[in-house]
Structures are given as C-alpha cells and as structure tokens.
Design a protein around this ligand. Structure first.
Ligand code: HXC
Length: 286
C-alpha cells in the first residue's frame, strides 16, 4: 500500500519498541527504509528487536532507556543523531497500565503510570523536538493513545488521566510546533493482542471473549493494520494532517457511546420484530 522505501533516510525512535505493537511498527518502518532506535527498559528485549530490524536490511540501535528519566532520554536522542544522522520520527508508544479499583491505588501506583505515560511521552517529545527544531528539517511525532483518553474509564484512572494529558499535548504541540515543520498526531487503538497488555488487562479467556463481543466488527485488530496506519501518519502521505488522533478499534468506543447501540450488537432476527412491534404500538398524532 506504500511506495517502497517511502521512509528512506529517516531515523525513527520507537519507545517500548522491543515487544508488542511497538515492535510491529518498528519492523514496518524498517521494511520501508527507515533506520530505527528501539528503546525499552529491558536491554534484552531491545537487543533482540534491533537484531530483527537489521535482518531486514535497516540500521538499528538498541537503547535501554527508562522514559521517566530525562537524562536517559536525552542520551538516547544524542546517540540517534550520532549513530544514525538525525531524529526524524518519534513514536511515543511506551506505556504502563494495570486494572485496579481506584480506592485501592497508592499514590506511587498513580505516579508510576503518570511517570511512564505522560511524563515519559513529554520527555521524549521535548528531547526529540529540540533536535528536530535545531536541524531545521522538522519531523513527525506519533502518540499512541486509547479512546478512553476522551471517554475516561473506571479501573484504569492513572492511565486514562495520563493518556488524556498526552492527547492535550498532541493537539497543543501540533499548533505550537507547526512553524518548525513538526507534525504531531495520535492513534487510539482498541484491543490488539499483545503479550504485555493482554497479561495486564485481559488475563482470562472469558475477559478476552467479552472484550471481543463489545466490538461491532467482532474481532481484535491485527498488528499489520495498526502498523500501516502508523506509517501513514509518520510519513509524507499525511503531510497536511496534524493534531489529529485516528481511532482504530473496529467501532468499539462508538458502540459503547450511542444510546441504542446495544441493538446493533444483537441478532437482527430478534431486533427487527421487536422494533416492528414498537412501531405498530406507537400512538398516532400529537
Ligand atoms: C495496583 C500496582 C499494580 C497493580 C503495580 N502497582 N502494579 N497497584 N495494582 N496491578 C503499584 C505498586 O504497588 C507500586 O506502588 C507502584 O505501582 C509501582 O510498581 P512497580 O512494580 O515498582 O513499578 P515498575 O516496576 O516501574 O512497573 C510499572 C508497571 C508495570 C506499570 C507497574 O506494570 C509495567 O512496567 N508495565 C509495562 C507494560 C504495560 O503495562 N503494558 C500495558 C500497556 S497497555 P507502591 O505504593 O506499592 O510502591 C495500555 C493500553 C490500554 O496502556 C488500552 C487497552 C485497550
């Protein structure tokens, strides 16, 4: 769907790129010509991921980086520039999350998730943004969000608050940094099977099945689908899009929002007679 080598000569930094959706995006970018910086707290994960990128013919460096620590993030951006020549694309994908009744959270649990998601995304955005501004070439930033950034969600209050903050940052910087040729967009994925998120959020087959049944398209997303959207948003194909967040969730969040959407999830053979009976029973006139 993309021109071969459409990311040629660009360096992409993917946080949380050692596993899951981050790795899928990194591999897709590599296939299209980008050089990669794969960052994660676990050196083991990033080294094997960087090796997989190199097998596809791209340059890659593995960096153990805790996005909560600005000095580690700055060092990573310096290495990207020194070893790969520039910082052109940033994907803020690293996240931390768990289900917990809010009354049982500790202040440190809240601070930990905010630290990874909101402060971590800011740290990377600041350090990469300074490089993009200094180079005069600009660049693209992509923030991985979720639809509960705008709906909110019980049991994940630290994550919802942090993602809402990243959404505000996405929109704010799209305006402020447009003059530096920096575009900032977001993706709000619904459930895409990954080891990390699944273990933290949908640990039993029953929970996974219930999550699938809430989705109008009745399936989870495929990594390839998300990776293609990410390429579109970080590449020149989306050159006039900034400050937006594209939802890719099979209709999940809208289905939860509409007053009568539960009818769309039921068997039409049961729903149609019900609605027909309502119509024949409705009063005529005023
Ligand atoms: C309540 C918890 C907890 C839990 C940790 N804490 N897990 N509280 N329920 N399940 C508390 C601890 O008690 C501690 O507080 C504080 O949080 C820090 O915990 P640590 O284990 O010391 O932190 P750390 O080792 O830094 O680990 C961070 C983490 C971990 C967030 C807790 O899960 C992590 O690293 N996750 C990364 C991978 C991940 O979560 N991926 C899912 C992202 S999916 P006290 O007060 O006791 O010291 C996502 C998308 C959602 O976000 C959209 C889905 C559709």
């Amino acid at each position: 769907m993309f021109k071969e080598r459409c990311l040629e000569g660009r360096t992409a930094i993917v946080t949380g790129g050692g596993t899951g959706l981050g790795l899928s995006m990194a591999l897709k970018f590599a296939d299209l010509g980008a050089n990669l910086v794969i960052a994660s707290r676990s050196l083991e994960h990033v080294e094997s991921a960087a090796e997989r990128v190199r097998e596809r013919g791209a340059k890659a460096i593995a960096v153990a980086c805790d996005v909560r620590k600005f000095e580690e993030v700055e060092a990573m951006m310096d290495r990207a520039e020194e070893d790969l020549g520039s910082v052109d694309i940033l994907v803020n994908n690293a996240a931390g999350n768990f289900l917990c009744p809010t009354e049982d959270l500790t202040p440190n649990a809240f601070a930990t998730v905010i630290g990874i998601v909101l402060q971590g995304s800011f740290h990377c955005t600041l350090a990469a943004g300074r490089k993009m501004i200094a180079s005069g070439k600009g660049g693209t930033m992509l923030n991985i969000l979720t639809s509960y950034a705008w709906t909110g969600s019980g049991f994940v209050v630290p994550s919802a608050a942090a993602k809402a903050g990243v959404l505000a940052m996405t929109r704010s910087l799209a305006v402020e940094w447009a003059k530096y040729k920096i575009r900032v967009n977001g993706i709000a994925p619904g459930p895409f099977p990954t080891e990390g998120a699944w273990a933290a959020l949908l640990p039993t087959p029953e929970m996974a099945e219930a999550a699938k049944n809430k989705i109008p398209l009745k399936r989870f997303g495929e990594h390839e689908e998300l990776a293609n959207l990410a390429v579109y948003l970080v590449s020149d194909y989306s050159g006039y899009i900034t400050g937006d967040t594209v939802t890719i969730d099979g209709g999940e969040w809208l289905a939860g929002a509409g007053e009568f959407n539960q009818l769309a999830m039921a068997d039409p053979a049961a729903v149609k007679p019900l609605i027909a009976a309502m119509r024949s029973g409705q009063k005529k006139g005023g």
